[in-house]
Design a protein around this ligand. Sequence first.
Ligand code: ARG
Length: 592
Amino acid sequence: MKRLTELIADAVGDAFYQCSYSPEYGLVTLSNRPDLCQFQCNGALTAAKAYKKAPIIIADEITKVLKEHPEFKEVTSVMPGFINITMEDSFIVSYLNAMTGAYKYGCEEIGDNKTIIVDYGGPNVAKPLHVGHLRTAIIGESIKRIGRFIGYKMLGDVHLGDWGLQIGLIIAELKRRSPELIYFEEDYEGEFPMKAPFSIAELEEIYPAASSRAKINTDFMEEAKQATFLFQQGHRGYIALWEHILNASIEDLKKNYADLNVYFDLWKKESDAQPYIPKMIEDLKNKGFAYLSEGALVVDVKEDGDTKDMPPCILVKSDGATLYSTTDLATIIERMELYCPQEIVYIVDKRQELHFEQVFRCAKKAKLVSTKTKLTFLGFGTMNGKDGKPFKTRDGGVMRLEQLIKEARDKVCHRVTENKAIPEEEAKEISRKVGVAALKYSDLSNQISKDYMFDVDRFTSSEGNTGPYIIYTVVRIKSILNRFYSMNSGYGNDGVDGCIQLPCSGNERNLMLKLTQFNEVIINSFIDYSPHKICQFIYDLSNEVNRFYYENRIISEQNPSKQTSWIKLISLGRDILVTCLDLLGIEVPDRM
Ligand code: ARG
C-alpha cells in the first residue's frame, strides 16, 4: 500500500500541477504542529524560488484548489507559505480498513529481494560476552528483521573472531598448565582426541587468567604470540585445540544469543577469510596498489578533500603477520564471491570507524567490490553507567552479558510476582521476556551513534518510555480481547465481522491517525538505519491506545456496531505493536 502521506501528496501534487507548477512541490509530511493540523506541505516555499513569486501567493492558490477536494476537511495557508492540512475522518478510516485486510498491514516491500549482509555480534571465541557485545547484537538483529520485513534478503553474519591473539593466549596458558598434553608434542602424527581437554566453564576461566598473566609477564606474552604465529601457520596440535575451543564457544554463544532472541543466518569466522589472503595480496601488489613502506606492505587510502589524517591501510606487518584490516578485506572478497551482496552493513563500536574507513577505501580503490555494492559502517556509542563512564560491575570489572540480563530479569521478576499468583515457571519466562525487552528497548530507543546511560531501575519500570510499558499496553489489549471473545463465544478467535467506523472522539481519531503511520515509520527506520524511530512510534501509539482505553468502556458498550469497530481498532493496535516489537527483536508474553 502507498503511505498515507504519499496518497495525500498525490492530490496536493495535482493541485500544484493544476495551478501550473511542477507537481513535485506537493510533498507532504506529518504535521509538526499536531494541535493545528494533521499534515503539512512546505512546497510553496521551495516553488517560490523557482517561480519567483511570494510563497504565500502560491500557498493560497493551492489551498483554494484543495478546499474543493472532498477528502480534505480543512486546508489553510499560513505565513510565510505553509499549507496546513487536515483530512476527512472517512479518508483516514478507509485507509485503516485497507490496512486491516492487507498483507503485512500494508507495509510496502521495497527490498526487491536484494541481498544485504549485516555484520554484527562479532564475539571473539573463548572470551565471554560482555556488555560491549550487547549493542551490536541488539541493533544488528533489529536491522536484519526490519529489512527482511520490507522484502530484502537479509543475511546476519556473526563474523566470529577466531583468528587473533586470544587463541595463542589460551594455547600458551594450556601449555603452561598441562605441558604433557599430546597437542604440544612436536612430532605427533596420530589422531587427536575427539573430546576437548577443557570444559566451557574451564575455558572461560583460562582466557581471563591468560590475559592477565600476559599483562604482567612479557615472556608469557612472547609465548602467546609465538603460539598464535604457529597456529596461523597450521601447527597440527594447535589447530586441533582451536577446533575444540571453537566448538565449545559456538555452542555457548548460540545459547547466550538465544536468550537475547538473537539468531544469525551465518556463523562465518575470521579464519574462513584467511585462504583468500595470499591471492588478494598478490593482486594488490601486481596492480600497484600495495607497496612496501618501512618493511610493511601498505595501500594508500588518502583521498582529495580529506580533512582528517588518513594513514595507509596496512596489509602485512614487517614481521610477516597480517592484521585485522587484512582479514576484513579478505572477508569482503569472500562475501562478494559467496553472496554477491548489494550492501554490507557493519554494526561495530564507533571507535573502530577509522579502521572501517581505511578498509572501505581500500576495497573500493582495488575494486574488491562492484561499484554497485555499498559498504556501510554503522558505529554505535557506548553504554555508560550512572557515573557517565562505560558500564562496569560494582567492583569495577567488565560486566558479563549474562549478569546484566540476570539483573534486568530479577528486577522485573519482582514486579511480575508481586501480589499475583503466577506459576513459577511462567513467571520465569515472563521475566526473561520483559527483562530482555527492557534492555533492548532502552538501547534501541536511542540514536545508534549516541552514547547512552544505562539505568536498570528506570528501564525496567512499567511506566514511561520503556520496553515494559509497551509490553504492558499489548498485554492490556490482549486481555480486553480475551474478555470480549469469551463473552461472545460465537465469534470464534479470528475476529469479528464488520469494519472500523468513523471515530467518536478526538482520542479515537488520534489513535487512528497514529496507526496509519505504520508503513511510513517502518520504511523510514530502515532507510536511515534508525530503529529508534520505531521505538518512538510505538511509544506514541501506546499512549494513544491507553488514552482511548481510559475514555471508553469497550466491553460494556451497548451499540454493537460501535463495539465491533472498537474491537477491530484495538486488534489492529495490538497487531501493529506486536509486529513493531518483533522488528525490534522483542518478544511479548501473554500476560504480565
Ligand atoms: N571481533 C571484533 C571485536 O571484538 C568485532 C568484529 C566486527 N566486524 C568486523 N567485520 N570487523 O572488536
